[in-house]
Design a protein around this ligand. Structure first.
Ligand code: CA
Length: 265
């Protein structure tokens, strides 16, 4: 049994399982330019530096406090990492395939890889000269300098904005066209103004570091849990918010709704 400081979250994350039983290092783009990076099908998108609001006083207690902070420019993959890219990585390195690699729906090439541990995700990014996003980088990419509630703005998610779940926790909402993962980039209306897709919904995304209180600076203290962000295909509106944090054990690699993307900084 997985133990978590946020047991309801853990149960909801695990609930996804039941629903879903169903090269060489390349050149990395310098921050500031769109389109380059190691994956032609998943370009790095430039995210501006400067001040932004990190954290929230209107969410769970672990999202507080909201504070203005400065961040250097960086780049982030436009899409979640796909099964196609993860398969190539596993073939190159001999690393185990994702847990759901052979699943007839979850394992489709254009869908985001799911069934990967935090270490798997970290190793993937490093293989290509990238890293997992820091919590600040992920949150800045998702909410922008204007403290958006969702990747696209402050309006609640609609079936056209994101692959999200039912409001009656924690199943899928097929009205958005998908009862599980969707091919990455299926919701252009839900992209951020800087052109990053699926930061809200589709699959949760591992971020760098450990689960610590936001006001613990630095947040590098090792704990039992890693953190995922952004909500997934079975998340309600509350969990899709850009400041929501899902604590989970990093070695858990069986979830059908957890993946990742990478940054260059
Ligand atoms: Ca996502």
């Amino acid at each position: 049994m997985i133990r978590s400081p946020a047991t309801p979250n853990a149960l909801r994350f695990l609930a996804a399982l039941a629903v879903a039983t169903l090269a060489a290092v390349a050149a990395v783009a310098a921050p500031g330019a769109n389109g380059a990076g190691p994956f032609p099908e998943n370009p790095l998108m430039a995210i501006g530096g400067g001040p932004f609001v990190f954290g929230s006083d209107d969410g769970e207690s672990n999202e507080a406090p909201a504070r203005r902070t400065d961040l250097a420019p960086f780049s982030i993959t436009k899409y979640e990492i796909s099964n196609r890219l993860y398969r190539a990585f596993a073939a190159e390195t001999g690393r185990r395939p994702s847990f759901h690699a052979a699943h007839p729906a979850l394992g489709l090439p254009d869908h985001p890889v799911v069934g990967v541990s935090w270490d798997d995700a970290d190793a993937f990014c490093r293989r290509y000269g990238l890293k997992l996003p820091s919590p600040r980088q992920w949150e800045r990419a998702a909410r922008g300098p204007d403290a958006r509630r969702f990747a696209w703005g402050n309006e609640d998610p609609t079936p056209a904005h994101a692959n999200r779940g039912a409001e009656d926790c924690c199943g899928p909402d097929p009205s958005d066209g998908f009862s599980g993962t969707a091919p990455v980039g299926s919701f252009p209306l839900g992209e951020t103004p800087e052109g990053v897709a699926d930061l809200t919904g589709n699959v949760w995304e591992w971020v760098d570091g450990w689960f610590n209180p936001h006001d613990a600076e630095p947040a590098a203290r090792r704990t039992e849990f890693r953190v995922l962000r952004g909500g997934a295909w079975n998340s309600d509106t509350w969990r899709l918010r850009t400041t929501y944090r899902l604590a989970f054990r990093g070695d858990f690699r069986f979830a059908a709704n957890g993946g990742f993307r990478c940054v260059s900084s």
